[in-house]
Design a protein around this ligand. Sequence first.
Ligand code: XIL
Length: 344
Amino acid sequence: TETLKEAFEGKFHIGAALSANHINNQGQASMEVLNTHFNSIVAENNMKSGMIQIREGEFNFDVADKFIEYGEANDMHIVGHTLIWHSQAPRWFFTDSDGNTVSPEVLAQRMKDHIHTVVGRYKGKVKGWDVVNEAILDDGSWRKSKFYEILGEDFMKLAFQFAHEADPEAELYYNDFSMAQPGKREGVVKMVKNLQAQGVKIDGIGMQGHIGLEHPKIQEFEKSILAYSELGVTVMITELDLSVLPSPRRDMGAEISTNIEYQQSLNPYTEGLPEDVQKQFDERYLAFFKLFLDHHDKISRVTLWGINDGDSWKNGWPVRGRTDYPLLFNRDNTPKSIVKDLIE
Ligand code: XIL
């Protein structure tokens, strides 16, 4: 085969996240890479609640509509990201005009309006939705988000019910990071079983794949694929990228911005990757893809969080202004050697 999508045909969709820049400048070279190698897309930011419903009842679908049009015109499997998330959510969602926290009834109504409007608009076009994003912590307990504070665990069930009402055909997913952590695995399994016991429709679990050269352990990742699959839902690797950069020490705090030497040590590869790191990168990516291929009967999609290295949020997070190499295509859109290995 000659392309990634051919290599994975009959196994899983291979997707990429599109930024506003991709969507607005469709003539750029990375879009050709997308069309050649990928058959699924998700919006990196433009369908999050904070982007779509800036003020109550005031929706802006400009970029999201273009994204959907592009997907339809190019025969892409379109994924919606994300309906209910504590981050990149508008602040008005949780407060009344006096700035007080709203009642459970008001928040539920706002969730319903938001979900019905967004899911309803793209009914039949978006094949699956990340209904709730990042609600369980690494120790398996609930994140104390505004949704949880105001509505308790029920916000999860409500979100899935509202999404199902708006598009009964759409697949509905729970999506989260650190999904290979044993504590999180247990918490997510328990949460999903609880939804299922209440008759709530949930079709899939998204494991964000923001991995590093060391973590997570591939065995733990595999355990999670198996545990989630045993729930009778599909598993997806939803936000794959492999950062080669060191994580900042948590205890450095604000000192990071003043300690120039330390800052530079966090950004060691501005001129390209040394051979040994490149080798580690290749081996690690191959090992993960081998894992996905071994379990392709359980995995319906693998989505990269961007097209080429220049796109990646990892250049700006958790430290700004770095040069990372987390994706499958170089900044000049040439395929990395790992792409050739996967295609052969
Ligand atoms: C990230 C985007 O890539 C960035 O551009 C943005 O500034 C912050 O959000 N988990 C998710 C994604 O579910 O939506 C996040 O995307 C990355 C972590």
